[in-house]
Each structure stands twice: as structure tokens, then as C-alpha cells.
Design a protein around this ligand. Structure first.
Ligand SMILES: Nc1ncnc2c1ncn2[C@@H]1O[C@H](COP(=O)(O)OP(=O)(O)OP(=O)(O)O)[C@@H](O)[C@H]1O
Ligand SMILES: NC(=O)c1ccc[n+]([C@@H]2O[C@H](CO)[C@@H](O)[C@H]2O)c1
Length: 208
């Protein structure tokens, strides 16, 4: 059995969750793990001297639990309940596939060492400051952003993380999050199909 582990990272409100759900609908045997499900409870998240809760750092997340969840999936993808009906709108090259696909979506995926060896392919959605701030202002988190939170914590942490990636991490496919949902979907979908084909061709080489 073969598995593909896809990272869908990027800026807050970049459209990660939206894109992951659309991909799942079009790909066979596809499951999603969301980093947002691993946030610590508010009482365990540190507060800085300005009174900002420090949510946009790895310390705010139960990362070991997330790695365990991913590794469990990899041990036995078929038993995680993802065996799906053939998606009606998928293309021929993924029909009758024995490949399982895991999409891990989240805002801090590529600066956590234990995850680095797991990815088959990594994407990163970006947004310019204005658009990110606009989208974020329409969302209500629990707890809600306090005044100045975006400019004082969220955006600076994102810039720091992104510049670390640009310096250290290779093979990340950057995506412009201002593109339409359809365009992003078709770009990432066809790229994943190429990865599936590579896996299949790899299979053939082994068996013939
Ligand atoms: N391509 C797009 N163009 C315009 N708006 C989009 C696009 N994709 C998503 N959105 C909108 O942007 C907002 C954020 O989307 P989404 O929740 O998918 O982002 P996210 O990256 O998962 O955010 P976070 O991880 O911070 O919760 C939503 O209101 C969504 O409808
Ligand atoms: N899910 C949460 O517990 C939570 C609480 C407060 C803020 N956030 C924000 O989620 C984004 C990642 O999706 C980060 O930018 C956090 O600020 C999440």
C-alpha cells in the first residue's frame, strides 16, 4: 500500500481549509488532518507583557499529538476510514488507485523538525498584508483577537516564520492565496495527480 502525505501550509486565512476540503472531494482515499485541532486550551497558552495570548507559535499547539496522529494514519491509512467511493469528477489517472492521500493543513507546519521527513509534497499559501488583515477581521476565534493583535502578534510571527522557510526549507511550492478558489484547486489538484503518477510509475519499475 502506498501513501502520499501532502502539506498544505500558509498564512492565516490564506484559504488552507477551503482548499483542503475541495481537494478531498476530488481525490480518491483522501483524508485531512487540521493543525487547528491541536491548539492547547486558553489557560495553557502564554501571555506576553502586552497582554497578547501567544497563539501563533509552536508552543501553543500539542505538536507531539499531531505527529502521532499523522504517524498512525501512515501506519494504516485504509483503517482510518478514508476509503472513499471513486470521486465522480476525478480524472482517469487516479481511477482504481491503491494510493492513500493525507492532506495536513495548518499555519505552522514546516518549522517543526519531526514533521520534516514526512512530506511527499509541500504547498504554502501566501497573502499580502492588507488582504490577510481584511479576511482575518471577518473571523471570530475563541478567544477573539484583541485590538492590535493582528499587527502586534499574528503578522510579525508570520513574517518571521516565512523568512525562516525561505532561508532553510527547499521544495516548497508557494501559492498566491488571492487567486480564485477554482484556480488554486486546479493547480494543486493537477500537481498532486503528477505525484500519484510518479508513485505508480515507481511501482511498475519495482514489479516488472
Ligand atoms: N481563493 C480565495 N479567494 C478569496 N477568499 C477565499 C479564498 N479561499 C478562501 N477564502 C476565504 O478566506 C477565509 C479564510 O479561508 P480558510 O478558512 O479556508 O483559511 P485558512 O487558511 O484555513 O485560515 P485559518 O487557518 O487561519 O483558520 C474564508 O472566509 C474563505 O471563504
Ligand atoms: N483554535 C484556537 O484555539 C485559536 C484561538 C485563538 C487564535 N487562533 C488563531 O488560529 C490561527 C491559525 O489557524 C492563528 O493565527 C491563531 O491566532 C486559534
Amino acid at each position: 500500500m502506498k501513501a502520499l502525505v501532502i502539506g498544505l501550509g500558509g498564512v492565516t486565512n490564506g484559504g488552507k481549509t477551503t482548499l483542503a476540503k475541495k481537494l478531498k472531494k476530488r481525490l480518491p482515499n483522501c483524508d485531512i488532518i487540521s493543525q487547528d485541532d491541536f491548539f492547547k486550551p486558553e489557560s495553557e497558552v502564554e501571555t506576553d507583557e502586552r497582554g497578547f495570548k501567544l497563539y501563533d507559535v509552536l508552543d501553543a499547539l500539542y505538536m507531539e499529538e499531531m505527529v502521532k496522529r499523522i504517524r498512525n494514519w501512515m501506519k494504516s491509512p485504509a483503517s482510518s476510514g478514508v476509503v472513499t467511493e471513486e470521486p465522480p469528477n476525478t480524472c482517469d489517472s487516479v481511477k482504481n488507485t491503491d494510493v492513500y492521500i493525507l492532506i495536513v493543513e495548518g499555519f505552522l507546519l514546516y518549522n517543526y523538525e519531526p514533521l520534516n521527513e514526512l512530506w511527499n509534497r509541500r504547498y504554502f499559501l501566501t497573502l499580502p498584508y492588507e488582504e490577510c488583515k481584511r479576511r482575518r477581521s471577518t473571523r471570530v476565534y475563541q478567544p477573539a483577537d484583541t485590538p492590535g493583535y493582528f499587527d502586534g502578534h499574528v503578522w510579525p510571527m508570520y513574517l518571521k516564520y516565512k523568512s525562516e522557510l525561505e532561508e532553510n526549507a527547499s521544495n516548497i511550492v508557494y501559492l498566491d492565496g488571492t487567486k480564485s478558489q477554482e484556480e488554486l484547486l486546479s493547480c494543486v489538484y493537477s500537481d498532486i495527480i503528477q505525484e500519484l503518477k510518479k508513485l505508480r510509475e515507481g511501482n511498475q519499475q519495482v514489479t516488472t
